[in-house]
Design a protein around this ligand. Structure first.
Ligand code: F3S
Length: 753
């Protein structure tokens, strides 16, 4: 932590002056979001940024990576030629552990099964100065909240729920591995300056209602798309009176409304949490610049004048909610569930209640859920559904065990899974799931898309607070409203559950024997990174070759993709996840989901060398074997979806030279540029129709490649005719250098020699 406190001190020392400068540039009082963003600019600005329009370079304070995405991020970082990461960074082993029997057994199986991945991540972290959290240490976002998040800080992480750290007043944003690699290599990180949504929380949480219900309600209002391109800033009495971990839950599920991130102003609950998690020094520093860690007073007094949208929620009257099935924005107050379940035919028997995950495994969550579990014995009840717990970290698990909560849950027949993602990411070997039967589960996680928990498309998953999930598991009934309904106990009496009670933080403090942290070597120069040359899951990267210095001629058309072509179509997830660290193996999924314009089929394109039709990856490999370059043609918004860099690296690896489309999703376009590809757009969209299946294609004008200067593409058709079309690009000077060098990493590496 010593490294961190120095970094935090430095951030706080420069914040006041930077905020003052920003206030002048913007010309009005600032929201907290603006204060954090403007104080993390890569270089000072003399003009105000336009929300939702300006692209801005930032300097984040830290980077966090989870094990599935860290592999490619770190394989790329190794290519950057840096001896150490430029900003504090951590790796967390949480996604690859399957929940099956119980914590220890499952952990041992995962350690064995994923040994080569863990060995790689551990050794590469050791070498480059990265903190390594071993399997079993906990889920990335809970561990970050407990150890690294700090008010007013800015971080990026290779997971969409990185936003969780907004609960401790950060601007924390989920990114792809290539972005993480850039920041670790000491480069700027670009983001479109967000729009701002203000959420005013009046009143106070009480009774059965919890922080989770705030975000379930917000999701219902904004829907899964409503936060896109926005930062959500919460304020008001309801915000300051809530626990810091409750704020974390709200920030966590900002990902479910598509928000860039969410944040809260610094308050006493954050100070208490910092102190309780061994960071009284950070709390003292934050107290010293308190006014800079929240919005200017004018902002919250008149939010409509400062936010692009304002929502108000009264916590005094907010009801517990259940969101689902199949989407986290279908919000139903518990009092309406009976009616809606009947109307929609949702199965009402609750089979399993699952609590925990990165979203809801705070001490407060667990203690409140335990207060309900205790009532099973005291009121003579029997728990009707199965019940599981996935603690967010070893620190939480150890502390709740010490305080007797695990025993309380065991007494109602609970299963305690490893401190990992488990059922939240489909890593749940649920007995019978393969039968595909229609059934209902309730959980306190964040996402409930079809198949997400157990792979069964007929599992109806509803998201609720840990308290409500526990009550519904006890009742075994989705329509049970614990605020009004009674249960029949074992003696045939009608009993009512008392509202949950708990402690915000452990009275005896947090405790842990082995948190599962491995500090990196002080000098990692002699540490050897462990990658077996025979591994099918990991492969060291070779630098891509530089541009040959001439126009690129005689390219074969690999595929003319028709309609939607997302990063999932280009590099599918699911079973391919295990190859995320092996570029050659994962390249066998390249574009297998894209629809071929000429035959309307997926993964079926013409091999111009043989005239035969076959899978896209195999066809491309045939061209590669003969040293023939290719081009991919696409439709509108090509590459939308995730920031997954594999979608750009795979074509580059297999020898595709250019991607020519009607329009790009911005992040994918940048990813292509970073990998040294040509990302081009039709000047005239109708020219898409001129591309024929047997074309040989030339790209002309590359020797004069310059910003804002179009290139020419010549389509040499099979019948001897040709078309010459104009194509545009959005490369700036620096990105043209990336292209010439064969990729951004080649430039970064060259700069350290
Ligand atoms: Fe893991 Fe689920 Fe959180 S996959 S990081 S527990 S959203």
């Amino acid at each position: 932590m010593a490294f961190d406190i120095e970094m935090i001190k430095a951030v706080y020392e420069r914040m006041p002056a930077r905020i003052e400068a920003a206030r002048k540039v913007v010309g009005k009082p600032l929201t907290l979001t603006e204060k954090i963003l403007y104080s993390h600019l890569w270089e000072p600005t003399s003009v105000a940024f336009e929300r939702g329009k300006s692209y801005v370079d930032f300097a984040p304070d830290r980077v966090a990576m989870q094990d599935a995405t860290a592999q490619m991020a770190l394989l790329q970082f190794m290519q950057a030629g840096r001896p150490k990461v430029a900003v504090p960074s951590t790796v967390h082993c949480d996604h690859l552990i399957e929940a099956k029997v119980a914590s220890n057994t499952d952990l041992a199986v995962a350690v064995d099964k994923n040994k080569e991945v863990y060995d790689f991540l551990s050794s590469v972290s050791d070498k480059y100065g990265i903190g390594f959290w071993k399997p079993g240490a906990g889920i990335i976002h809970q561990v970050v909240l407990e150890n690294y998040a700090f008010p007013g800080g800015m971080m990026i992480g290779t997971d969409s729920h990185t936003v969780n750290a907004g609960g401790l007043g950060m601007i924390a944003i989920g990114v792809g591995g290539a972005d993480a690699c850039d920041v670790m290599a000491g480069l700027a990180w670009e983001l479109k300056f967000p729009k701002l949504i203000g959420v005013k929380l009046t009143g106070k949480l009480n009774g059965w209602t919890s922080a989770k219900d705030v975000i379930l309600k917000v999701a219902g209002i904004l829907t899964v798309k409503g936060g896109t391109g926005c930062v959500v800033e919460y304020f008001g009495e309801g915000s300051t009176s809530m626990s810091c971990t409750g704020k974390g839950t709200i920030a966590n599920m900002g990902a479910e409304i598509g928000a860039t991130t969410s944040t809260f102003g610094y308050d006493d609950s954050m100070a208490r949490y910092l102190e309780s998690t061994g960071r009284a020094d950070v709390a003292a520093l934050a107290n010293g610049i308190r006014e800079h860690l929240t919005a200017d007073p004018e902002v919250y007094a008149n939010p409509e004048a400062y936010f692009d949208q304002v929502i108000e929620i009264d916590l005094d009257t907010l009801e517990p909610h259940l969101n689902g099935p199949f989407t986290p924005d279908l919000a139903t107050p518990i009092s309406k569930m009976k009616e809606l379940a009947e109307k929609n035919g949702w199965p009402t028997k609750v089979e399993v209640g699952l609590i925990g995950s990165c979203t809801n495994s705070s001490y407060e969550d667990i203690s409140r859920a335990a207060s309900l579990a205790k009532q099973v014995a005291s009121k003579g009840l029997k728990t009707k559904a199965e019940f599981t717990i996935t603690p967010g970290s070893e620190q939480v698990r150890y502390t709740i065990e010490r305080d007797g909560f695990i025993d309380t849950f065991n007494a109602i027949g609970a299963k305690v899974f490893a401190n990992a993602c488990g059922p939240c990411i489909g890593q749940w070997a649920r007995p019978g799931a393969e039968k595909g039967e229609k059934n209902t589960i309730v959980h306190s996680f964040n996402r409930n898309f079809a198949k997400r928990a157990d792979g069964n498309p007929n599992t109806f998953a509803f998201v609720g607070s840990p308290e409500l999930v526990t009550a519904l598991a006890i009742a075994g009934d989705l329509t049970f409203n614990p605020l009004t309904d009674t249960l029949t106990n074992e003696s045939g009496e009608q009993v009512k559950l008392d509202a949950p009670v708990g402690d915000e933080l452990p009275k005896a403090g947090f405790a842990v024997e082995d948190a599962g942290y491995q500090a990196p070597a002080i000098d990692g120069s002699s540490v050897e990174v462990k990658v077996s040359p025979t591994s099918d899951r990991l492969q060291l990267l070779d630098p891509f070759t530089a541009w040959e210095g001439t126009d690129v001629k005689g390219l074969k058309l690999l595929i003319k993709a028709k309609g939607k072509c997302t990063t999932d179509h280009i590099s599918m997830a699911g079973p391919w996840l295990k190859y995320r660290g092996h570029l050659d193996n994962i390249s066998n999924n390249m574009l297998i989901g894209a629809v071929n314009f000429f035959n309307e089929k997926t993964d079926n394109v013409k091999n111009q060398l043989t005239g035969e039709y076959g899978p896209v990856p195999a066809t491309q490999r045939a061209y590669k074997a003969q040293g023939i370059g290719t081009i991919v043609v696409g439709d509108q918004n090509y590459g939308e979806g995730s920031s997954r860099e594999h979608a750009a690296m795979e074509p580059r690896h297999l020898g595709v030279r250019a991607v020519l489309v009607k329009s790009f999703a911005r992040i994918h376009e940048t990813n292509l540029k970073k990998q040294g590809m040509l990302a081009l757009t039709f000047a005239n969209e109708a020219d898409y129709d001129k591309i024929q299946e047997d074309d040989l294609i030339d790209i002309v004008g590359l020797t004069d490649f310059a910003p804002n200067k179009s290139l020419t593409v010549v389509l040499n058709h099979k019948d001897g005719s040709s078309d010459s079309i104009t194509v545009n690009h959005s490369y700036n000077e620096q990105q043209i250098e990336w292209f010439k060098a064969g990729g951004a990493l080649n430039i970064i590496r060259a700069s350290v020699k």
